[in-house]
Every structure is written in C-alpha cells, then in structure tokens.
Design a protein around this ligand. Structure first.
Ligand SMILES: NC(=O)c1ccc[n+]([C@@H]2O[C@H](COP(=O)([O-])OP(=O)(O)OC[C@H]3O[C@@H](n4cnc5c(N)ncnc54)[C@H](OP(=O)(O)O)[C@@H]3O)[C@@H](O)[C@H]2O)c1
Length: 248
C-alpha cells in the first residue's frame, strides 16, 4: 500500500528546500514510497545533500534571485511533474529576530521575509505550474504557518513573518483560482507543519510542551498523509499537519 495509490506510477516530485529541517525529512520519507520515480531537490547548496539515492536529482536554487528561479523552470522544462513541495522559509537570521513590537519593524526585515516566504513561492509556482500533469491529480503545496492566519492572530508580534505568510496564503488562493480553469485536477494549497524541531523554530521552543514539538520526520510523515489525501475542492486552502483547515 502506498499513500499515493490514486496518483500515477513513477511519480515525479520537486522538493524546494532540500537542506532544511522539514525539506530534508520530506525527501527521506518520499524515498520510502514505492510509487516515487524521481525527486528533483533544490537548495542553496550546489552539491548533493546528505541523502544519496539514484531517484534523487539535486540542483541549485537561490530564492532571492529571480534569475535562479527562472533557471529552475528551464532545468525542469520537458519534465512531467506530479507534486511540487515548497519547504523553504525564514523567521530569523544572524542579524534579525521576529519583531516583538511595531518599534522593531524595518524595511530591510520586511523585504527579506517577503522575498523568501512570499514572493519566491509565487515565482516558483509561475515556473512550475505549467509543468504539472494536466491529466490526473497534481499538487503544489507550500509550507505556510498557522501564525499567518489573520482570524487566528490573538498574540500579535512577529509582524513580518505573520504578514509574509498571510500574503503567501493569498497568492496561493489566487493561483488556485486561475489554475482551476485549465487544470481542474490540480490542488494548490498551504500547509502548517506543526511546531517542528528545526533551526527555524529552535530559539522559540522553550515554552512548547514536549509532545507538541514534532521531529522533522514526524511532521513530514503527517504532511505527506495530508498531501496524498487532498481533493480538488481543497485547492486554495490552508491545512495543518492533521489535515484540519486553517481559516485565513
Ligand atoms: N519549524 C517550525 O516549527 C515551523 C512552523 C510553522 C511553519 N514552518 C514553515 O516550514 C518551512 C520550513 O521550515 P523549517 O522548519 O524546515 O526551517 P529550516 O530548517 O530553517 O529550513 C528553511 C529552509 O529554507 C531555505 N532558505 C532560506 N532562505 C533561502 C534562500 N534565499 N534561497 C534558498 N533557500 C532558502 C533554507 O536553505 P539553507 O539550508 O540553504 O539555509 C532551508 O532549507 C518554512 O516555510 C517555515 O516557515 C516551520
């Protein structure tokens, strides 16, 4: 039994963010799936990442460089893609932390987070949507975050991260409307992976109960369960790791 029974044989999957905590776990989990034929993985690393496998083909991608994103489309042109997973994102860096207050906001930080979390996924969708299989199920899913929900924002703070994910959700919804016209079987969606033990969440894990902190493997496994069960009516929505819809 495969999660991907209703998908065609020799699935071709793209994973962007191959060196990230969740991205690399998604690749390891996908390599266990008998139906997977090829995984095209991309990251800022030129070399192959830690996982070596004959089904894995690795390429370079810098999300902050539009030419690099265009090259991604050129590299994959001619391929039939079934699933595209965007597992990249940024919350903090060497010189910046999520804002506690409006006082902490800066144009540099907003630009950085929107470039990586919002603009790059939309530009990648522009390149890769035309390559997704037209006949049969296909999925383009981007890792979003529960804190990007406007309706669910009770704590405030994290201005640029929250806003970049809310805007990502809007772009995914808009892409889904356009894509439904020519590719009714393609699902475009955002996914919340849970709180996952990766470099991105590491500085903020102190108050997270142990049971609520997933390993990347556990999160990847949940996410693949959700992705493989997506139906056309799910397009444009955001789901958490358990498959529960998150309100905009
Ligand atoms: N971890 C959590 O608790 C959590 C919760 C909610 C949502 N998420 C979302 O899940 C996604 C994955 O996060 P993660 O936890 O796996 O974090 P992570 O381990 O820090 O991985 C983030 C990935 O993004 C890549 N990236 C950042 N800037 C890039 C750029 N300019 N060009 C190319 N790649 C770039 C990183 O590449 P390098 O390896 O080259 O740095 C890394 O692979 C993010 O969208 C995040 O917002 C995570």
């Amino acid at each position: 039994m495969s999660r991907f029974d209703r998908f065609p044989d020799s699935l071709q999957i793209v994973v962007i963010g191959a060196n990230g905590g969740i991205g690399s776990a998604l690749i390891r989990e996908l390599l266990l799936e008998p139906k997977v034929g090829k995984i095209f993985s991309f990251s800022r690393c030129h070399e192959k990442h830690s996982v070596c496998h004959d089904k894995l083909i690795h390429g370079y991608l810098d999300l902050e460089n539009e030419i690099s994103i265009q090259q991604l489309g050129a590299t994959l042109s001619g391929e039939r893609l079934d699933i595209v997973l965007l597992a990249t994102g940024v919350l903090h860096g060497e010189s910046f932390q999520p804002e506690k207050s409006l006082r902490d906001l800066s144009l540099d930080k907003l630009n950085k987070l929107f470039a990586i979390n919002t603009f790059a996924p939309a530009l990648i969708a522009q390149q890769l949507l035309p390559l997704l299989a037209k006949k049969g199920p296909a999925v383009l899913a981007a890792l979003s975050a529960r804190v990007g929900s406007i309706g669910d924002n009770r704590l405030g703070g994290w201005y640029s991260y929250r806003a970049s994910k809310a805007a990502l959700n809007m772009l995914l919804k808009t892409i889904s409307i356009e894509s439904a016209r020519s590719r009714p079987q393609t699902v475009i969606c955002g996914l919340h992976p849970g709180t996952v033990d990766t470099a991105l969440s590491e500085p903020f894990q102190r108050n997270v109960p142990e049971k609520q902190l997933f390993s990347p493997e556990v999160s990847a496994s949940h996410l693949l369960d959700v992705i493989s069960a997506l139906q056309t009516q799910d397009s444009g929505k955001v789901f958490d790791w358990a498959g529960k819809e998150i309100p905009y």
